[in-house]
Write a protein that binds this ligand. Structure first.
Ligand SMILES: Nc1ncnc2c1ncn2[C@@H]1O[C@H](COP(=O)(O)OP(=O)(O)OP(=O)(O)O)[C@@H](O)[C@H]1O
Ligand SMILES: [Mg+2]
Length: 458
């Protein structure tokens, strides 16, 4: 599919507006028309526009103000300003404010306008490619930072490595906060598509009809000037990866459309009879029990099989607690980077006091890595100095510490908690009993008794 370019023309004089449209019309171009500057800015906001052609003199806000407003929305925006013959001063002013070029009316020939706009679109491509490259390099870094050395994570890494070079459809499953999106991005970045777009569609944030129009088409005629359809996210991901985040949250009607996209990369725009083909790799993610949804008739079985060609199950954090220290280190380092150096130039080095660490180790982490990341960010902000104490941790962690986990029959809550605390502190102090007793706030003798009673081996 040839790339679709979108041009936005803003001109209040109808005859010139129509003239520009005629000159620039082409099957591979969407042309949006605006009569006022306000309208142009609004259209720019909702469409992905490649280049703007804008008159200087407009009834409301001026062309120069449109230029500024659009460049504020999008620093890579490409705007060509039209000025009337003999008002060169306007053109100079426009260039100073960041216009890409200018053209004087009346045009010397139709070709003049075509050439200027071709150049504008070329410039836009260059800027975006450049941006995409830099982003890809940055994200490569974030692929390397999928933290985890535990045995439970090894199958995840192995599957990423094997599946990334292929175009197979993937389904990434895992509880909320386990790193599904991180894995999807890693798959994209290690694939041949890495320099093409990674387009994430948050299936749970849209209503059915809105999601459909975002994916396939922009609502026709919703705005004056929206003469042609917006290409939609499926087209935007052409050549790259389409990430259907939380695909288990979609309704049956949309699932039928998604199935078509998956089956042959085919999609149809609303109101169109012909189908279009996109070159896509689709990665879905879900934290839903899809098999159960299928039984209840809420998820299409055929879509399920299409999606799960290769499945990755990310284990919940509580099943890979060996990774906890690494993750803590990673997130605390990130916090010290984020907070920057102190006024005296020294770097902050966050660490956990033993009790705080013991609390993190005992917690069940229903919100998984995301919850851990948030708890540590909060703690790093709240703590005085660089040492994080229990009081800096979210209340639910400290409260949950009172619940036995894993639950053991025959032991009371209080006793179990006491035993867990003692074990945690002893682990922390490498079995140093004097230190442990101090931290626990009991005498050494009491500690010895309890070690014996609970049968703790040192
Ligand atoms: N193994 C990991 N190493 C480093 N960071 C991780 C890891 N797993 C998750 N994260 C971080 O935890 C946060 C949540 O991850 P992500 O958004 O990928 O999870 P998710 O499964 O999509 O969650 P949700 O269900 O909430 O959408 C992100 O900030 C991510 O960078
Ligand atoms: Mg997610």
């Amino acid at each position: 599919m040839a790339p679709v370019t979108t041009l936005l023309i803003c001109e209040d004089d109808e005859s010139i507006r129509v003239l520009c449209q005629r000159i620039l019309e082409d099957p591979a171009r969407n042309i949006l028309l605006a009569e006022t500057g306000e309208e142009a800015v609004e259209l720019y906001r909702i469409h992905s526009v490649d280049a703007v052609l804008c008159d200087v003199k407009l009834p409301g806000i001026s062309g120069l103000e449109v230029l500024e407003e659009i460049r504020r929305l999008d620093p890579c925006a490409i705007v060509v300003i039209m000025t009337a013959f003999g008002t060169i001063q306007n053109a100079v002013e426009a260039l100073k404010r960041g216009a890409f070029d200018y053209i004087t009316k009346p045009f010397s020939s139709p070709a003049e306008l075509s050439v200027v706009m071709e150049k504008a679109v070329g410039q836009r491509r260059l800027l975006l490619d450049n941006l995409e490259l830099r982003r890809a390099v940055r994200e490569k870094y974030s692929f390397d930072s999928i933290i985890g050395k535990s045995a439970a994570m090894q199958p995840v890494f192995r599957t990423i490595e094997k599946a990334a070079p292929t175009d197979s459809t993937m389904l990434v499953r895992g509880e909320s906060g386990t790193g599904k999106e991180l894995v999807a991005r890693a798959l994209h970045l290690s694939s041949r598509r890495s320099l093409r777009p990674f387009v994430r569609v948050n299936c749970s944030a849209f209503t059915e009809s809105l999601l459909e129009s975002e994916l396939f088409v922009h609502v026709r005629g919703a705005f004056t000037g929206a003469l042609k359809d917006h290409p939609g996210l499926v087209a935007a991901a052409d050549g790259g990866t389409l990430f259907l985040d939380e695909v288990g949250d979609t309704g049956l009607e949309l699932q039928a459309h998604l199935l078509r996209v998956l089956q042959d990369g085919e999609y149809r725009r609303v109101g169109e009879t012909r189908t279009r083909t996109a070159d896509l790799r689709v990665i879905g993610s879900t934290n839903q029990p899809l098999e159960e949804l299928i039984r209840k008739g809420r998820f299409r079985e055929d879509l399920y099989y299409r999606l799960k060609v290769i499945e990755i199950h990310i284990p919940p954090l509580r099943e890979r607690m060996d990774d906890l220290p690494l993750l803590i280190k990673h997130f605390l380092e990130r916090q010290s980077e984020k907070q920057g150096p102190r006024p005296d130039g020294s770097r902050r080095q966050f660490r956990l006091d033993p009790t705080a660490l013991a609390i993190l180790k005992q917690y069940r982490w229903p919100g998984n890595v995301r919850e851990l990341e948030n708890a540590l960010e909060r703690a790093a902000v709240l703590c005085e100095g660089d040492v994080i104490h229990p009081r800096d941790l979210p209340a639910e962690l400290v409260r949950a510490e009172l619940l036995p986990w894993p639950s053991q029959p025959g032991k009371g809550l209080l006793e179990l908690n006491e035993e867990e605390q003692i074990r945690a502190v002893l682990r922390q102090t490498d079995g140093h009993r004097t230190k442990a007793a101090e931290i626990l706030g009991i005498t050494r003798r009491t500690l010895y008794e309890k070690i014996k009673r609970f049968g703790i081996e040192l």
